[in-house]
Write a protein that binds this ligand. Sequence first.
Ligand code: PLP
Length: 373
Amino acid sequence: MLKSAPSVSSYPLESTWIEIKKDVFKRNLWQLKKDLKGTKICLPIKANAYGHGLLQIARWAKEEQVDYLAVSSLSEGIKLREAGLNTIPILVMGAFQSEQIQSLVDYELDLSISSFHKAQEVQRLMSSFSKKARVHLEIETGMNRTGSRFETSKRIYDYLQKEPCFEIVGIYSHLALSEDIDHPLTKKQIALFDRWIKSCPYPHLFHLANSSATVLCPSIHYSMVRPGLLCFGLCPKELSLKYASCFSLKSRVSFFKVIEKGESVGYGTSYIAQKQTRIATVPIGYGDGYRRALSNVGEVLIRSKRYPIVGHICMDQLMVDLNQGEAYVGDEVVLIGQQGEECITVQEIAKLCQTIPYEILTGFNERIPRYVT
Ligand SMILES: *Cc1c(COP(=O)(O)O)cnc(C)c1O
């Protein structure tokens, strides 16, 4: 009996696509606001908003009155400004190049200052302008990525304070082990940051906490938090049941065949059928960011059932062993997300690839279109 397909595609012209649930993302922001009770929110939307789509996420954040956006490159900042996101402050985190100063200021992006030398470079350029450079001083507390050491940062702070071309907006640092709040390094980082705040003569936006620290340690929320993954509903898994992922990765069965016992599937013959079986082909591969490490270990959902990926994942396609299961060309395939009672999470995929959810999410590239549902 041919059952009617349970999952007729909403996007008949697409083979593979990402769906972002607007209401779920907005509910996460609403939940965060509720939990924070007045602390400001800076939403990190670097790397295409963790793969969710930079501009869409930025617009929703603005609609929900998120206080700040943070990116990690000048070009991400420019994209936001050129798309008309003009009134919301945007911090470009990390270190900038000298050649980028002019554009950072022109596009009214907040600069992250972590060396005396860079502060002087900005000053030299700004002396011919009437406007001020908005800056956040980044302090080194233990991450050893960007940021100036305690004593130097005092000198930089005094300089920024003295030179009229600067507006000091914030003071910040970043935790190296935020999931372990009791670790000696985390304690040391928090102690150093506290010492800074206590010695600081003026109130600024003090910010330290990423997602894990926001959930685990309200005492270090200070005036603003910077939770990225949490707003996308993914971190830390066991503590964030109030937050849900808004990200699904879907495709459609493009081909179907029966193979005989002893036949192999795909490049390198890494899978050999132990009996006659049914193979479905799905048009997504490592060229889209669906990791090759999932070959012969990953699973997909078709008609609300889990099926194993067999053979090596190709650049543009992968194969699934349906065994006795049923699937037809055109059926929806869920690679990440919910179908019926079954669900494949980003965490599950990350674990199979021996990496973190961040790397999985940011790996899906421009070839996969993003749709809002
Ligand atoms: C990426 C980033 C964050 C957000 O981290 P999550 O773990 O996603 O919350 C916060 N601060 C800085 C400096 C970052 O680079």
